[in-house]
Design a binder for this molecule. Structure first.
Ligand code: ZN
Length: 350
């Protein structure tokens, strides 16, 4: 069982060491977390329309994610790829976020399938005879009485109701909402103020100097979240461009007004790919096919590869100005190790 104190210390040390790593690590993308959306008792969206496959989102996302993990491993052998799940198990969003944060991901990719509320259609499947009565009355008000009731027969149609598959198809990419940067900042700071974290004796004493409530620290965290947002947008653009190369519609990049919890809760650039509409006839078949799953996995992998190349070329040319500014804030905030060349993060595998 994980001790809470030990866990807090661990998080503080991960945070502190990763801060110094920001400006100096040699490899910008060391770990990618791939999240197959939903799972287990959480079925996700359903292709429950007439002519549909009755497939569930949780299975489609798992199929695509497994292929994406394989493809990323193949194309980026020096990057550690961590799936949140490889089988049909349930994970709450906090569990998924924890896997991402505990593995110190540099990128979080969530795989989902879209759905729209299905309209109900009806069609006549036959007819039947119905007896009705023509009634005449006598009197008025309380004295009104039936005078005569004459039966007659009518033919009425019999309808069948069914769900209509949606017309909308295509792949879209979703980012955490800009106004949700507070949540993202909290994830970065693990939502814990200095008072909440007890540093045990014998731990690295310099860690005691971190004051999570310091305004400089918050500023830094906010700046960093802004950078996550920029990176997420960059990758989202690459993914959208790759989808444009396929026969299916690339629907663009979006932010959900309500936010996307798991994207806000991860301490890294994060995005969510709505791979296609499980409520659409063609998309559902595509999403359930080996060919379709593989094509999406390859599109995302090519985009990640471009993203990684760009991150690395940025690093090799000149440090981005916002990183410099961030480091300055870190130094001023007295964060241990800020501005030093060393990092206690594990050395990247070659
Ligand atoms: Zn979903």
């Amino acid at each position: 069982m994980l001790n809470v104190k030990a866990c807090a210390i661990f998080l503080v040390s991960v945070f502190a060491t990763s801060l110094t790593a920001v400006a100096q690590n040699s490899k910008a993308l060391k770990t990618i977390i791939v999240d197959a959306g939903h799972g287990g008792k959480d079925f996700g969206a359903h292709g429950g329309y007439e002519g549909g496959l009755n497939s569930y989102e949780k299975n489609v996302t798992l199929g695509i994610s497994l292929k994406l993990v394989e493809e990323l491993k193949k194309q980026l052998p020096d990057v550690k790829i961590v799936p949140t799940r490889t089988t049909d198990i349930y994970q709450s969003p906090p569990e998924k976020a924890d896997i991402a944060n505990e593995n110190k991901g540099d990128l979080f990719i969530c795989i989902h399938a879209d759905a729209v509320a299905l309209q109900t259609g009806r069609r006549q499947v036959g007819s039947r005879q119905e007896t009705r009565y023509k009634v005449t009355y006598t009197g008025k008000g309380k004295k009104k009485r039936v005078k005569k009731s004459t039966p007659y027969t009518v033919t009425v149609p019999v309808y069948e109701y069914y769900k209509i598959g949606s017309k909308r198809t295509g792949t879209s990419v979703w980012l955490f909402a800009a106004h949700k940067t507070v949540d993202k900042t909290n994830a970065l700071m693990k939502n814990e103020s200095a008072e909440d974290i007890e540093i045990g004796s014998g731990s690295d004493s310099t860690l005691n100097e971190i004051d999570f409530s310091a305004p400089e620290y918050k500023m830094m965290a906010t700046a960093r979240v802004g950078r996550y947002q920029q990176k997420s947008i960059k990758l989202a653009e690459f993914i959208n461009a790759q989808i444009e190369e396929t026969d299916r519609p690339a629907l663009g990049i979006y932010q959900r007004a309500k936010g996307i919890w798991v994207l806000q809760a991860t301490n890294m650039p994060a995005l969510l790919v709505e791979t296609g509409f499980i409520t659409n006839h063609d998309d559902e078949r595509y999403l359930n096919s080996d060919k379709g799953q593989q094509e999406i996995a390859e599109c995302i992998t090519r985009a990640v590869k471009k993203y990684k190349e760009q991150l690395e070329s940025n690093k090799n040319n000149a440090p981005a100005p916002d990183v410099k500014a961030e480091e300055k804030v870190l130094k001023e905030a007295g964060v241990p190790g800020a501005g030093k060349k060393s990092s206690s993060r594990p050395a990247p595998k070659k």
